[in-house]
Design a protein around this ligand. Structure first.
Ligand code: HEC
Ligand code: HEC
Length: 289
């Protein structure tokens, strides 16, 4: 290896590497580059000092400015709320039945209600409130378990269904598997299916299931299967099924009934939001006056 020496032309030192007479210079880093580098280091340290920047054993360094992206969001939300304050207070001050008559208030409520529905209700009832067969009822049709006036809907959303809240809508269909024989269950299931079949209108009362139905089921589901809203008992004489409309589905429900559960929302959402949701659901198509 050659010894480093000065390059006579540039005055710089050489690295001592030489290839066929060509030597490599150790050109010093330009001063502009060093300045920019040091300035960047300074900005980085300044940034670390001002903003949340590194983890500590007990969490993280919060920065001397106290800024956080969450704090930004809270401010934005507060500003949004302040802009809506007039509408929100009108929503609470207006009796729930009268909200829809006010065009502006109705529009404000359905817009907010749609957003809140997506966040809170869509996982069960579906994005467009179409429900999920076998589990969660559709809210877009006029088939209501507990009632479809806006006051009914408001109450359902506030307290839930079998939610454990003391004002929740509550009822329980008995497990007939322990009360009547398998043969009787089969007979009454066939009678239930006949209720929604118009061709059996004249003959259905002669079916073996008819008297079993009258004794055990009519009190909740109605003599002709028209449903009973005091108990949230579904109509059985239409083609809309919560838990499926095959003989097997109906038999299963009679043996060990599935009881749908919906959480109470008073403990999770403010009254304004629940009113918006009520208006939104009521205006989906099946709302009753
Ligand atoms: C955990 C799932 C779940 C969530 C979340 C949920 N629901 Fe429900 N909801 C149900 C079930 C289950 C029923 C039917 C209960 C029954 O069988 O009586 C129901 C019933 C209803 C009913 C009564 C329907 C009728 O026919 O009378 C309304 C209205 C309703 N939900 C609205 C809402 C709204 C609005 C939200 C959001 C704030 C919501 N639900 C969130 C599960 C849910
Ligand atoms: C105490 C009231 C009560 C009695 C009595 C009762 N039911 Fe029910 N029934 C209900 C309720 C409430 C539901 C809805 C359960 C739910 O929402 O999860 C239901 C649901 C059903 C369903 C499911 C309907 C659907 O849309 O999927 C069928 C089928 C049914 N009952 C049949 C019967 C038959 C048959 C009898 C008599 C042997 C009977 N029920 C007696 C309250 C009752």
């Amino acid at each position: 290896m050659a010894v480093p020496e000065h390059d006579p032309l540039t005055g710089y030192k050489t690295t001592g590497h030489e290839w066929d007479g060509i030597t490599e210079l150790t050109t010093p880093i330009p001063s502009w580059w060093v300045t920019v580098f040091l300035a960047s280091c300074f900005v980085a340290v300044l940034y670390m000092w001002l903003f949340p920047s590194f983890a500590t054993t007990g969490g993280y360094y919060r920065g001397s400015l106290g800024w956080s992206s969450r704090g930004d969001l809270v401010d934005d939300v507060a500003a949004g709320r302040a802009a809506q304050a007039t509408w929100r207070s009108a929503l609470v001050a207006t009796p729930i039945e009268a909200i829809e008559a006010n065009e502006d208030l109705r529009r404000f409520a359905t817009t907010g209600g749609r957003a809140a529905f997506g966040q809170n209700c869509a996982p069960c009832h579906g994005v467009g409130a179409g429900g999920q067969i076998g589990q969660f009822p559709a809210l877009v049709d006029d088939d209501w378990l507990w009632g479809g006036t806006i006051a009914d809907i408001y109450q359902t959303i506030r307290f839930g269904i079998r939610s454990g809240h003391e004002e929740a809508r509550d009822s329980a269909m008995p497990a007939f598997g322990e009360l009547i024989s398998a043969q009787e269950i089969d007979a009454v299931a066939r009678f239930v299916l006949a209720l929604s079949d118009p061709t059996t209108l004249a003959s259905r009362q002669q079916m073996p299931g008819a008297p079993i139905y009258a004794t055990n089921c009519a009190a909740c589901h109605g003599a002709a299967g028209e449903g009973g809203r005091d108990f949230g008992a579904p109509r059985l004489n239409d083609a809309i099924w919560l838990y499926g409309g095959t003989l097997e589905d109906v038999r299963k429900q009679i043996v060990v009934p599935r009881m749908g559960m919906m959480p109470a929302f008073t403990t999770r959402l403010d009254d304004e939001t629940i009113r918006m949701l009520s208006v939104y659901v009521h205006t989906l198509g099946g709302g009753e006056r």
